[in-house]
Ligand binder design. Structure first.
Ligand code: MN
Length: 153
């Protein structure tokens, strides 16, 4: 389980990313207005930041640089997502300080893989065990210890 901050101005993408991350057992938090992203990131203290590049106000590249120069957040991995993949963009994004780059429209598999690669071992998605007959009788969807409900939206 990882806390993942999403900075994205498109509501459909926010929904898609949040659903995907939640399905992998993560805790997503979305920011629509990139001007608030740094403050939210400081409070949320994410394990990973996923940011769109084409953002009004503070662009994704600017945000990456801001995160990289923030004492608290400088080491948090950043995954950039962009629909606009001109020549040299990936280099610029990586130079700004992002570790990974996924182009839109996203491939669900590639998105999930890249997220997993960027997370420390303790935060990676739990492997899905199908039809494992010897498994205990615990319900698959019971909340784990420390996961008191009440945060559904
Ligand atoms: Mn955008």
């Amino acid at each position: 389980m990882a806390k993942i901050l999403i900075v994205e101005d498109n509501a459909l993408n926010i929904k898609l990313f949040c659903d995907l991350l939640a399905a992998h057992g993560h805790q997503p938090e979305a920011v629509t207005d990139s001007r608030n992203a740094l403050d939210v990131a400081r409070q949320f203290s994410p394990d990973l930041v996923i940011t769109d590049i084409q953002l009004p106000h503070v662009s994704g590249l600017e945000l990456i640089r801001l995160l990289r120069s923030d004492k608290q957040l400088a080491k948090v991995p950043i995954m950039a997502v962009t629909a606009y993949a001109a020549r040299g963009d990936e280099e610029r994004i990586r130079e700004a300080g992002a570790q990974a780059y996924v182009s839109k429209p996203i491939s669900v598999v590639k998105f999930a893989q890249t997220v997993d690669e960027l997370l420390p071992a303790k935060d990676k998605a739990e492997p899905v065990i199908d039809d494992f007959e010897g498994w205990s009788n615990e319900a698959d969807d019971s909340p784990g210890p420390g996961e008191a409900g009440g945060e559904e939206d």
